[in-house]
Design a protein around this ligand. Sequence first.
Ligand code: AP5
Length: 222
Amino acid sequence: AKVEPLKVMISGAPASGKGTQCELITKRYGLVHIAAGDLLRAEVASASENGKRAKEYMEKGELVPDEIVVMMVRERLLQPDSQEKGWLLDGYPRSLSQAAGLEDFGIHPDVFILLEVPEDILVERVVGRRLDPITGKIYHLKYSPPENEEIASRLTQRFDDTEEKVKLRLRTHHQNVEAVLSKYKDITVKVNGNAPKENVFAQIDAALIQLLELRKENSGSM
Ligand code: AP5
């Protein structure tokens, strides 16, 4: 019988390492990475009406309204590659209404991963983060520096990556996280995100391996 593809959600405070772990997870599991923040930044870059509106909220560190985000994520999830290869949903849902919106469409994850990192570390991670606009790779000036001068010279910084803005983003995160967690409590795996990225990935990998083994056992007993 055909094995169903994995459906994974990953969540955590700003700069807890979601994007970094998604790079490692997709490399090993071949899932389609769908990041709400990346979809929104692409919309902002296109200077569309929705993009202009989204940017106002992102600059304040607030959630972008559902009428912009919900359709965007749902459309991406329902595309054939996500259905065939499985998906890794990053930074979504961030509110009860977004979780309910997925449920209405019959979209359920197999596992909800929560990265836990103390707050003082998050601020340091945000301020030192840099992005490679060509490869999309995430760097950190101290923890994950660029491989060579050429890459270093082209790195960019996100417009919401200042100490002041990350505090607003953290406040929004705290206001919403419990409600979302309550929705997925039975399938939540809490991961210590305050460790080198390879060690964080090892915890996630172990949880996914366990999930796949459990599935294999269940399908064998039918
Ligand atoms: P989004 O883009 O999702 O931002 P975020 O949640 O604030 O998360 P980040 O992307 O900042 O961090 P990350 O956890 O991916 O960390 P990373 O791996 O880069 O959202 C941006 C905005 O869009 C929101 O504020 C909101 O306005 C809007 N939005 C998004 N989703 C929405 C939704 N569902 N509804 C409504 N609005 C929405 O790592 C951070 C840094 O730390 C990097 O430099 C990295 O190299 C370093 N690092 C990572 N792991 C480690 C490690 N283990 N050790 C040391 N350093 C590490």
